[in-house]
Write a protein that binds this ligand. Sequence first.
Ligand SMILES: [Zn+2]
Length: 78
Amino acid sequence: MKEHCEHQADCLKRIQSILDGGASEAEKDHFRQNMDACKPCIDMYNLEKCIKEALQGKVEKKCCPEKIAAAIRSGIAK
Ligand SMILES: [Zn+2]
């Protein structure tokens, strides 16, 4: 498990296209394989997913609201 991702910009793009439903099956497979090795990107994926669900108004209690609010304030959510 890597603590740092040297291709985080690419990972973020992939994460966003997966969450938007725009990723191909090949991209999703690649991402799933990547995720096992890439800790910051797993965190980023979970956070992006939480933010997206929060923005869509279907946030659940298991999602940590302070973290989402902080992320939105810091401009991660676009
Ligand atoms: Zn990564």
